[in-house]
Design a binder for this molecule. Structure first.
Ligand code: SF4
Length: 844
């Protein structure tokens, strides 16, 4: 099938709310000719664009695959309901972002599986694409559906929908899988699946049969191939094999993680007994400080981000964390690049770390405690004490932080009411903490419900019941509201229950997933869309009790649904850890203490690193003295017309950073670039007259400045004019009094009819219309519209609008005001000029 034409696609975009998330023309997006490559994959993320575009793994795969001349990767995300409805009514298949290619024309649809509550979104995306949901129903020519990511360590509940899964670090495996599928084109699907089973790190679920006993427990998992008894996770020996995705696609809009994420290490050996990532990402592999600095330097230059997060399961455990941070801050403080560390255990947070992190921006700081009492922390093997937490909080107050986030879990194994109440006691103690007469203004106490995860020491433990979790949360809420500076944030217990069901589920659950999807469940990770009743009805219809999976303590000798998935860590190790947990006995960190015999080959594990320190740049002592202000005019045409105002602001601000122009910043805790934009342009309107003011610390000639800017902006933006203005000049938005537009109608309209409508309008004293949208307010358009003329060859009109004290008229409202009930369909709206007063215009 051909790719979707631009004209049809624009019609769809006009009817959706977040059009910018479907454009596929972001900076660094890759558009390859499919005729010239051997294998194609649509990298699918089963949640919205703004969530998926924050996922580092997806970015890594996109760049690794597109770096190969014979392969191509494009992206697709779960659509909004409006987009799905619009493509259905236009009879369009679900398509990729970059080339609008139907998903079923790709060789592979590769899902990242981030969490269990994304399962129905995957079925929805398959359905929209016209790909049969079940692997059994796919023929030899059907797109292969594969899965990977953090959620693949028990995929039995969705095993029937996937041809195969990639276990572990997917950077190399995905290339092998793509080339194998390319070489097998035209051959029987079963033969390809069998060949895939020989690729290290690939799990082909259809090559295993599962039988159950009368109680519903697994009796046996029977491999169909003698040489394929289990699927084994693969991991890269060092992170040097994981190339950093420098040319990251810069998302439009505001993704949940709107910053540069750089993975400083992978794996963690702290041994927290609830943590699946702590087992499935072992062994620890660190990048060198020099490698990290080089990555950040290059990636900031290519992306224009103004903050960096160094990602790690436990950043404080990175061997050279303090020198790394001070080197980073010395290098980037002058450019106002903030650095944050998302995961820190309080025993690793030193006052130096706090001081370094706060040098540019005091971003949110989270202390993870998990449990309120030392006894329960010992059960969890969480190497944290109250004293360490109080020390970190004291350092934060001394360094100027005024808000804090604490992270805990409830429903943990062996937990008592005393443990729950201790969460409040610790939080309250921190809220009372006073340093130099300063306290925290707010402390957010974030509480999650414990979900037992496969491949952990707690995999056998049943989850606390929904009722018990709610009772504990209410007790906590009663306590926490005694202190006005504490805020409680907690997860929905019913969602956590479903997460536990699928986390510990078997293949029988695929019937429930399909039924729930068919009866309307989707976007389950979103509280506003989650339908507990819908899910419970699906379980009932299928005759399956969800509590059997979520709340039951599994027998220690029971065959677990994930026993044939080999992460490298043994069941024997987890069992030993579970026994230690019951006695609240701690196990040491094998990075600094003895090997605990988890099952991996200790020779492949972390050796204490003594990385050479990178040369530290001196701290930037410069102060911004000289200020030069410029007024710039630019066009916004093509697909970028669907960017909303704030999205445009973000795209252009980043482009200016990529250009490394010396932008001036405001003072204060959160410095902002001194850039101001003209009035917002409605979404879907093209413009030849957008304007912005910007201040630099150096002087520029107009032509070179325009050239630099045009070399870094996405297609559709073009800077056309530049003028130096004095620092005290009023902002562009306060100077603009109106605008000139032209509108083309979709169908021909007699010129006489247009002229009659214009005449009638101009002769009237008032013309009231009702504004569309929630306000529904009535506005008199007549005083706000001037000089309307007909464009005869275009079947359209040209006019000027002028702002009034009560607001301004939108261009599409002009058509409504002129033609009332006979309003013609609009083909395009173009802004031609800004009007400073009714005699002057700028930038026609
Ligand atoms: S093999 Fe030993 S040193 Fe390596 S991760 Fe496992 S317990 Fe730690």
């Amino acid at each position: 099938m051909n790719n979707i034409s631009m004209e049809r696609f624009e019609r769809v975009l006009e009817s959706v709310k977040k059009a910018s998330t479907y454009l596929g023309v972001e900076k660094n997006s890759v558009h390859k000719d499919h005729e010239k490559i051997d294998a194609s994959i649509a990298l699918a993320f089963p949640d919205l664009y703004e969530i998926g575009m924050s996922h580092l793994g997806l970015k890594i795969l996109y760049n690794v695959i597109n770096g190969q001349p014979d392969l191509v990767a494009e992206r697709v995300f779960t659509p909004g309901e409006d987009f799905a409805t619009a493509i259905k009514s236009e009879n369009m298949p679900f398509m990729s972002l970059e080339t609008r290619r139907p998903l079923k024309d790709f060789d592979i649809l590769g899902f990242t599986i981030p969490y269990e509550l994304s399962y129905t979104n995957m079925l929805w995306m398959l359905d929209l694409a016209g790909i049969p949901l079940k692997t059994l129903d796919r023929d030899d020519a059907t797109t292969f559906v594969i899965g990977g990511g953090a959620g693949v360590y028990n995929v039995e509940p969705v095993a029937e929908f996937f041809d195969c899964f990639v276990l572990g670090d997917g950077e190399e495996t995905v290339l092998t899988v793509m080339r194998l599928i390319a070489s097998q084109k035209g051959k029987p699907r079963n033969e390809t699946l069998e060949k895939l089973s020989h690729v290290p790190g690939v799990y082909v679920p259809s090559l295993f049969d599962v039988s159950y006993d009368t109680e519903g427990k697994i009796e046996k998992v029977s491999p169909k191939l003698a040489e394929y008894k289990k699927a084994t996770r693969v991991f890269l020996p060092t992170l040097s094999e994981s190339p950093f995705p420098y040319e990251i696609v810069i998302p439009f809009g505001k993704p949940v993680q709107d910053r540069l994420n750089v993975e400083i290490d992978r794996g963690c050996t702290q041994g927290c007994r609830f943590c699946q990532a702590g087992t499935t990402y072992r062994p620890v592999r660190e990048r060198t400080p020099a490698e990290i600095m080089a990555i950040i330097e290059k990636a900031l230059g290519l992306t224009g981000y103004d903050s960096v997060t160094v990602t790690s399961l436990s950043a404080g455990d990175y061997s050279k964390i303090e020198p790394l941070l001070s080197t980073l801050m010395n290098r980037y403080e002058g450019e106002k690049v903030g650095v944050s560390l998302p995961s820190l255990r309080s025993d690793t947070v030193t006052s130096n770390i706090i001081r370094e992190v706060g040098r540019v921006k005091k971003t949110g700081f989270t202390i993870t405690s998990e449990a309120g009492t030392q006894r329960l922390r010992d059960v969890l093997n969480k190497n944290v004490t109250d004293e360490a937490i109080i020390r970190v909080a004291t350092n934060l107050l001394e360094s100027g932080w005024r808000s804090l986030k604490l992270y805990f879990m409830i429903g943990l194994p062996t937990e008592t009411d005393e443990d729950v109440e201790a969460i409040f006691k610790l939080s309250d103690k921190l809220a009372q903490l006073t340093v130099n007469k300063k306290r925290f203004q707010t402390i957010t106490v974030s509480v999650s419900n414990f979900v037992p995860k496969p491949h952990t020491a707690f995999q056998w433990v049943g989850q606390d019941s929904i009722e018990s979790l709610i009772r504990k949360k209410e007790r906590l809420f009663d306590l926490i509201r005694r202190n006005k500076r504490l805020r409680l944030k907690w997860n929905n217990a019913k969602m956590s229950f479903l997460e536990a069901v699928f986390s510990r589920g078997d293949r029988k659950l695929s019937r429930v997933v399909e039924r729930a999807y068919r009866t309307g469940c989707k976007m389950d990770a979103w509280t506003e869309f989650f339908s507990y009743d819908g899910w419970m009805a699906a379980f009932k219809e299928e005759g399956i009790e969800p509590e059997f999976y979520a709340n039951r303590d599994f027998d220690l000798d029971e065959t677990l649904p994930w026993d044939h998935i080999d992460t490298g860590l043994t069941k024997k190790f987890f069992l030993r850890e579970w026994k230690h947990a019951q006695k609240a006995e701690m196990t040491g960190d094998c990075k600094t203490a003895n090997c605990e015999g988890c099952g991996l080959d200790p020779n492949t594990c972390f050796k204490p690193y003594d990385w050479p320190e990178v040369e530290k740049p001196e701290a930037d002592q410069s102060t911004q003295k000289n200020r030069f202000k410029y007024r710039l005019t630019y066009t916004k045409t093509g697909l970028v017309k669907f960017l909303a105002h704030l999205e445009t602001v973000s795209v252009l601000t980043r482009a200016i950073r990529i250009a490394k122009l010396p932008v001036m910043y405001s003072e204060g805790y959160s410095p902002h670039p001194r850039i101001s934009f003209g009035p917002a342009l409605p979404v879907g309107v093209e413009s030849y007259a957008e304007a912005m003011d910007i201040e630099f610390s150096s002087k520029f000639a107009a032509e070179p400045l325009l050239q630099i800017l045009n070399s870094v902006t996405p297609r559709g933006f073009n800077f056309t004019d530049c003028e130096e203005i004095s620092i005290g000049t009023k902002s562009i938005s306060s100077l603009i009094k109106g605008a000139e537009y032209k509108i083309a109608f979709r169908n021909a309209m007699p010129e006489e009819q247009i002229n009659t409508a214009i005449k009638s309008f101009m002769e009237s004293e008032s013309r009231i219309i009702v504004r569309e949208g929630p306000s529904g307010k009535s506005i008199d358009t007549r005083p706000m519209i001037k000089e309307i003329t007909t464009i005869s060859n275009l079947a359209g009109i040209r006019f000027k609008t002028v702002n009034s004290p009560t607001g301004s008229v939108r261009p599409n409202e002009v058509v409504k005001a002129l033609f009332a009930d006979n309003t013609p369909e609009i083909a395009s709206i173009t802004k031609l000029a800004n009007i400073l007063n009714m005699q002057d215009k700028i930038a026609i």
